[in-house]
Design a protein around this ligand. Structure first.
Ligand code: HEM
Length: 379
């Protein structure tokens, strides 16, 4: 075994879970072919996420609010983001998400193959996020084809292609902002308009800052929700006993089961950091400015912490699906509610779920996690 893993910014064609399960017992950190130091174990990922002075998030040449910011600057912007994602702010959207999920599931064909990722997860994510942000429903086809192009660019590892796709997304966001900025008095009272009116340090947010926040709430998260729905549906299709348990579970029990399924198969694979000084990990010396990946998918399966069983309650405290530390996911409640609502809508609408005959679920290609396709039949 070498100390190198294929560049996880290029398709490795392997299930990341099996691959990192193989590496993790022998290696705390691996230097991959793209020059990233990949942290594989739970303790190291947690320590790096909590030490945000040594492990800076200032990793991109693009403005990333708040995820690319450090220290006090991060705190100031994070305060703005957090206001939109509290229980009180999100509660009014629950019935909206429930209606969206019920209508989507009602319109799905019965007895024929349906892809749980592109036809359920992605469509639900786009509709729910548009409803939350106050974006027009007719953006749906553009957002769906953007998600597809974004995954394809990420898989390709081609940075120019990724930048081009990011540019296309900014154009979508600017098209939503333009009418609100042109005539603020006529702007609808929704999350996007309210965000446009936010201030930081006594000044208005710049357009670039607003675009960056919205990109963060949509660009990454639409894909994450879609992939999570795919993982959840694949799991409950494979494990009818868990589907049965979910049918009578309370909200809290449902959320714990969802988190545990995602811990075992976390499609939100990794986040980047850059070291601000030399640091020693697992006998390896990482210099200052070393590029590091916190590998959530691997850390979440660390046998030293979790054992190998399915144990929602016992494993909840150490679960890293939504990260830890300063940058811990502010959208956790929104994601948790959306995932619970989507999964319940499916389970409520059918007697049974089965994989489509002759069409096995297909894993995504590294560095994207989860499944690319989960063909199921609803009965
Ligand atoms: C199932 C879906 C989701 C998963 C698995 C997920 C996971 C994560 C993780 C692991 C981080 C930590 C990043 C780091 O440490 O660098 C993060 C950060 C973040 N997430 Fe989520 N997320 C999800 C959905 C959402 C949603 C729906 C939103 C909001 C609409 C959201 C907004 C953010 C933001 C803004 C950050 C950056 C926070 C900061 O830098 O302070 N996420 N997410």
């Amino acid at each position: 075994m070498t100390d190198h893993m294929p560049d996880i910014a290029t398709p490795a064609g392997r299930d990341l879970r099996a691959y990192t399960d193989e590496l993790r017992p022998r290696h705390r950190v691996i230097e991959n072919d793209a020059g990233y130091w990949v942290l594989l174990r739970h303790a190291d990922v947690v320590a790096a996420a909590l030490d945000d002075v040594t492990f800076s998030s200032d990793v991109s040449r693009f403005l990333q609010v708040p995820n690319g910011l450090d220290g006090d600057e991060h705190t100031r912007f994070r305060r703005i983001v957090d206001r939109y994602l509290t229980r009180t702010a999100l509660e009014p959207f629950v019935p909206v998400f429930e209606r969206i999920a019920a209508e989507l599931v009602a319109a799905l064909p019965r007895g024929k193959p349906v892809d749980a990722v592109s036809e359920i997860g992605a469509v639900f994510a786009v509709r729910a996020q548009c409803a939350w942000l106050g974006w027009p429903a007719d953006l749906e086809p553009r957002l769906l084809s953007w998600m597809e192009a974004n995954h394809a660019a990420t898989r390709s590892g081609d940075l120019e292609r990724t930048a081009e796709v990011a540019g296309q997304f900014d154009a979508i966001i600017r098209s939503v902002l333009a009418p609100r900025l042109a005539d603020p008095d006529a702007a609808p009272d929704d999350v996007t308009t309210r965000l446009c009116r936010e201030t930081v340090d006594g000044r208005a947010l710049t357009e670039a800052e607003t675009v960056s926040i919205l990109r963060n709430w949509t660009g990454g998260d639409l894909g994450s929700i879609a992939l999570c729905v795919g993982v959840l549906i694949a799991h409950v299709t494979k494990e009818p006993a868990i589907a049965q348990r979910l049918r009578s579970a309370s909200d809290a029990e449902t959320d714990a089961i969802i988190d545990e399924i995602l811990r075992l198969d976390d499609p939100f694979v990794s986040n980047r950091r850059i070291t601000t000084c030399p640091v020693r990990i697992g006998g390896k010396d990482l210099p200052a400015n070393a590029r590091v990946k916190l590998h959530w998918t691997s850390a979440n399966r660390d046998e030293a912490v979790f054992g190998d069983g399915f144990a929602p309650e016992a494993n909840a405290a150490a679960n890293l699906v939504y990260g830890i530390g300063r940058h811990v996911c502010p959208g956790r409640l929104l994601a948790t509610w959306q995932l619970r609502i989507a999964l319940r809508a499916i389970l409520d609408a059918v007697d049974s779920l089965a994989f489509a005959p002759g069409k096995d679920p297909e894993r995504e290609v590294s560095p994207v996690g989860g499944y690319r396709r989960v063909p199921i039949v609803l009965r």
